[in-house]
Design a binder for this molecule. Sequence first.
Ligand code: PRP
Ligand code: URA
Length: 210
Amino acid sequence: MGSLHVLEHPLIQHKLALLRDQNTGVKEFRELVGEIAQLMCYEATRDLPTEEVEIVTPVAKTIVRMLAGKKLAIVPILRAGLGMVDAIIDLIPSAKVGHIGLYRDPQTHLPVEYYCKMPPDISERQIFIVDPMLATGGSASAAISLMKEKYGCNHIVLMNLIAAPEGIAVIRRDHPNVDLFVAAVDERLNEHAYIVPGLGDAGDRIFGTK
Ligand code: PRP
Ligand code: URA
């Protein structure tokens, strides 16, 4: 059974406050998305298995702990998820990256798939799906279904910066075995299915398209 983790670390909350501000410009917004993603990744990888390995330091032989078990893959949901990738790769340089292109239909708010490219050994990897926003939950749920059904992935974690209660409920209903890490649970969705108070359109703010 997966669980919901709300990451209330003061550094994450401070950076999230700056991110939400409408006066935060593109450069700072991008930097903050990366910094928050990195801090969240630190928490979301807390339970990764390790194994004992013998190494030799300049002084003596010793037993140390290194990552073991499944290799990792980061799967951003395009576009906005891209803003989280580089900072996570800085922490986990051996992770591979798969891309899922989804956009929300402006009328129905349902996700439309337009791109998908995965590493060949993706089914053997622990997957971290990343996207700054979990609004209706449609995009994230579709991305998880795709990873399970088309690629046979069983070990999936979802990381979002800001989530609406509605989106969390959809992920819990559709994918109860997925662990969900968020930095904030906001009040609700508005009539355009935007998160309130949220931060506006994450993709537009990362890429400066509005
Ligand atoms: C945003 C966001 C999520 C999705 C969340 O992407 O980055 O992918 O909306 O909404 P949902 O939970 O209701 O599905 P958008 O469709 O705006 O595309 P973009 O990243 O290309 O801007
Ligand atoms: N996508 C965004 O970028 N922001 C929202 O509030 C909802 C969906």
